[in-house]
Design a protein around this ligand. Sequence first.
Ligand code: SIN
Length: 303
Amino acid sequence: MVNLGVSIGELKLKNPVIAASGTFGFGREMEKYYDLSNIGGISSKGLTIKPRLGNDVPRVAECDAGMLNSVGLQNPGIEYFIEHELPHMLSYGCVVIANIAGHQFEEYADMAKLLDKTDVDAIELNLSCPNVSSGCMAFGSDASMIRAVTESVKTVTNKPVWVKLTPNVTSVSEMALAAQDGGADAVSLINTLLGMVIDIETRRPVLKNNAGGYSGPGVKPVAVRMVNEVFNSVDIPVIGMGGIMNAADALEFMIAGACAVQVGTANLVIPTACNDIVISMEEWAQNHEVEEISSLTGCLRRW
Ligand code: SIN
């Protein structure tokens, strides 16, 4: 028997596989494919104070080894989420994380205050969406802002607070340390890499917004390196993501230092990806006589 259970600080998950924000909605579209209680958790689509329609189309583009998106945080707003989506998400039987995205500094704490009154299991601060004109990645590429936003949220909630980091910085470990200094309970990384695709016939960017966030298998080596660097820099748990398509990819992140993983773009290709990864991870652990999956975290051997 393999114990797939993991802890992210105080929060316990039945297994390390979390559906990443923005690739799973609020679960409704995915619940018909498998029993969502099989996975460790779901991080909601990025939520804002007010509802948003998102950016103009085209806002997704396929490219080598992945895709670009510039969705622009389309969502129904935090109040609608709390009233109409969160109760249903909580019925799935896995951990539920609210991913929140602010345009102004105060909006993170304002949303966290509302979430504090709910049964949501954790709050993930989106300091990394590259597709909006203010807040998010603009805050997340400035260490002092990361620290200040995190502190402001920690003063209004006792829920675990995770900070989702952008790879579009010079030093991701500096940003992770800032989150830790601000009181973050965990960091999750990486969000998307800023990229661009050009249609050579029209000579225009494929995305209306010109640039967008690159995700999918192509980003995985970058993400694994960043997870390992951050794991070696901070004392708080690290949640790894970036191009995870199968159990082997997920295990790579755990060996690099992740205590749990988030699976994103794979959900758009194979709707059952998270469930498939849990099953294959258990098989791998059995075949390799690993009794506790959590024992893999940070077990990287040095040359
Ligand atoms: C988006 O909605 O533009 C993507 C969200 C994100 O990158 O966090």
